[in-house]
Design a protein around this ligand. Structure first.
Ligand SMILES: C[S@@+](CC[C@H](N)C(=O)[O-])C[C@H]1O[C@@H](n2cnc3c(N)ncnc32)[C@H](O)[C@@H]1O
Length: 211
């Protein structure tokens, strides 16, 4: 299994993912409002693992430039379809990973990653790349399922689900571990919040500042 097989998994499931409803709409709106409040009109924003672009389409109008990226070309194709009626001038969708973007010259005032960090295979490496693509004083905003804090039945089933192609690669870590890794990548954590409106969904919303 590799990054290429991850991309294939998400390509395969993209249409189904696009049809799915957001499980906690009020919690999602809270995350959007909180994120919007952190962005400034002059900002250049990078979103990683943007999926079908739902969040990008809601936030891109509020900033100077918004590059929404995903490993899956099919996810990006759907995101572009959603824009077909009237593209937002500030928004660009592109197939890319943090690793590829870090090798380019562009730097961003904010990097966003929602339901994404648990899917990368090298969490410390990805966090270092995110740090690298941020401009001085930039912020990294994320909300990540911490599978290690969930019911063990769930994470014990993951390898089986993955073996039969029903689940993607997912890292199993706790919120405390994620917090530590973000700090070790060179960030100061400014806020950790729970936006769930249906119990605690084990997805801390974290605002981190580039040191
Ligand atoms: C659970 S979906 C979340 C999509 C969106 N951020 C949301 O919250 O609805 C995870 C997305 O991350 C993408 N992804 C998985 N691994 C990735 C990687 N290493 N780099 C970039 N994107 C990745 C998948 O293709 C998928 O679109």
């Amino acid at each position: 299994m590799s990054i290429a097989s991850d991309a294939r998994f998400w390509d395969r499931t993209s249409r189904k993912y696009a049809r799915g409803a957001i499980s906690d709409q009020a919690g999602y709106e809270r995350t959007l409002a909180r994120t919007r409040a952190l962005l400034k009109p002059g900002d250049s924003v990078l979103e990683l693992g943007c999926g079908t672009g739902t969040t990008a389409l809601r936030l891109a109008g509020d900033v100077r430039a918004y590059l929404a990226t995903d490993i899956s070309t099919e996810m990006i194709a759907i995101a572009n379809e959603k824009q077909a009626g009237g593209p937002l001038p500030t928004l660009v969708f592109r197939t890319a990973t943090a690793e590829a973007l870090a090798a380019e010259a562009a730097r961003f005032n904010a990097v966003l990653g929602f339901n994404y960090l648990h899917l990368v295979r090298d969490l410390p490496g990805t966090l270092r790349r995110i740090h690298a693509v941020l401009a001085a004083d930039g912020v990294f905003v994320s909300k990540t399922p911490c599978v290690g804090d969930m019911n063990p039945v769930f994470w014990l089933a993951l390898p089986v689900m993955r073996a039969i192609g029903l689940a993607p690669y997912a890292g199993v870590f706790r919120a405390t571990e994620l917090d530590r890794q973000i700090r070790e990548a060179g960030f100061e954590i400014l806020a950790t919040e729970n936006h769930a409106t249906k119990g605690d969904d084990r997805r801390p919303f974290i605002v981190a500042h580039k040191r």
